[in-house]
Design a protein around this ligand. Structure first.
Ligand code: ATP
Length: 156
């Protein structure tokens, strides 16, 4: 059943806004006026929650999180792009290839205080792969991280 991903994404960001505000993190979102898709609405919202919660969790007080959804066509192939960008602690080059593994957490000493089990990104990757999409991360330690999800829209 088609659902309005724009409204779903707005409600997810609204729900997580207090979490950001508690850390004085400025969180903004860019989303197209019209975005109807036929993926599982619950799963799509869970995916957004996982990525945005991490962005807030791993960004110090006063930081910024930007969530961008876009409907993009490249070489005749339509896809949805979800980008979650933060200017937080970033991910070390050693940790980068492992963060989508189940139970992996970067630098236990540093992340102990933030809690978690290292399952979030494994679940996120699973949801993306169910939609035949891809998820990747660009990150620099001490500068921030950008998670980019691409999901094909044509055969969705
Ligand atoms: P949880 O299972 O509660 O989500 P978690 O956050 O530790 O716990 P994942 O979401 O799987 O687990 O993330 C795995 C690891 O990737 C984290 O422990 C953290 O080191 C790193 N990570 C994920 N997102 C970010 C981010 N936005 N900035 C910096 N590091 C991140």
């Amino acid at each position: 059943l088609p659902f309005d991903l724009r409204e779903a994404a707005i409600s997810v960001v609204d729900k997580l806004q207090p979490l950001a505000r508690a850390k004085e993190i400025n969180m903004e979102m860019h989303v197209p006026d019209e975005l109807r898709v036929i993926w599982d609405a619950e799963k799509m919202m869970q995916l957004l929650v996982l990525l945005i919660e991490n962005a807030i969790k791993y960004t110090p007080t006063g930081g910024a999180v930007v969530v961008t959804l876009a409907d993009i066509t490249v070489k005749g192939e339509r896809s949805l792009t979800i980008e979650v960008r933060d200017n937080g602690i970033g991910i070390s080059p050693e940790a980068l290839p492992r963060i989508f593994d189940r139970f992996y957490r970067q630098d236990k000493a540093r992340t102990r205080q933030t809690g978690g089990h290292g399952l979030g990104l494994a679940i996120a990757k699973n949801i993306v792969e169910m939609g035949r999409g891809t998820i990747r991360v660009d990150s620099k330690e001490g500068e921030g991280s950008t998670f980019t999800v691409r999901l094909p829209l044509a055969g969705e």
